[in-house]
Design a protein around this ligand. Sequence first.
Ligand code: CA
Length: 178
Amino acid sequence: MTRILVVEDETHLAEGLKFNLEAEGYDVDVAEDGESALERLDGAHGFDAVVLDVMLPGISGFEVVADLRARGEFVPVLMLTARARPEDVLHGFESGADDYLPKPFELAILEARLRGLLRRREWSRGETAAPKPVSVVEFDGRTIDFDSMELRSGDKRTQLTTMEADLLRYLIEREGRV
Ligand code: CA
């Protein structure tokens, strides 16, 4: 089940989000301030995304996301900014937020943004799980090194262009096909 952490000190808003996101099939936890959010997001926390309000008692949402990124935690973060103030939005992105939504927002928009973040997370997971492409191929006494883009034949070394390397890789990966 997809787990979301909602960080919001306004109880009615936090509970409303929790209720609606749970209705969408998410597992939702609420943190009421930045410090407790950071505690819950420590180590193997299991959250798939965070909805993070900027205006919080104690440390702000900006500080929460900056702290997360500083410790190498890249859980997707959707920031809720008080107004669509450009400086808030820029500050949010600079702190490491993945997306933002100005308050007040339409619930459907928040859910769509959240789905977008979760989808991108899935894609990047898929990419890291994919096998690494071969970097060295030998055939007929020749060696192609795709990392250095070199063709070696005996003592002879030929530097390949990006186009040549791409074309060779394309052909090698489709060996035997017309
Ligand atoms: Ca707030």
